[in-house]
Design a protein around this ligand. Sequence first.
Ligand code: GAR
Length: 194
Amino acid sequence: MAKLKLGILGSGKGSNFRSIADAIKVGALDAEVGVVISDVETAGILSLARERKMRAEFVAPGKFKTKLEPEAEERILTLLREAGVELVVLAGWMRMIKAPLLDAFPRRIINIHPSLLPAFPGLEAWKQALVAGATETGCTVHYVDTGMDTGEVLAQSRVPIFPSDTPEELHARIQNAEHELYPAVIGEFARGLK
Ligand code: GAR
């Protein structure tokens, strides 16, 4: 049977991408990476993909901070189609996604977010949790829709917050949970359960 083809979009260091690629490598996740795309030319996720001899593409996002120019979104769509991508995986992707991408992949674009949504959407959610005095946070995998971190929740993982936590310590604890949760949820898509 053909493996589920992933297109992975990320803007940062790429640790979630690495956890997915590693799960595939050890046979824990029956999928393959068709293309890795970043809106940041120097992003670690592109270097990690190139080290693994995967197709890795930088797409210049244009002049906006939080969204893509239409040309960039079209370019991403072309790259995903060329690679035969079936599931679009946002892994540390920091821009809003709009039509035509959402329309081209209905219920086939997912995101991971470092909080228990709907709590703490938006940037640096682990810092928001600390400032709010929460005693627990976590991570959420959800479908992507037109809102910011508003799509239907697929799965969550809980993480304790300790009084002594620095933002870095808390984010690292959340990321450990992310690295377990994201490959597991993608596995459900690969097995046709979603
Ligand atoms: C992850 O913690 C992810 O949840 C977060 O960015 C980090 C990327 O890390 N995403 C968001 O905040 C999206 N709103 P990575 O580049 O090491 O995977």
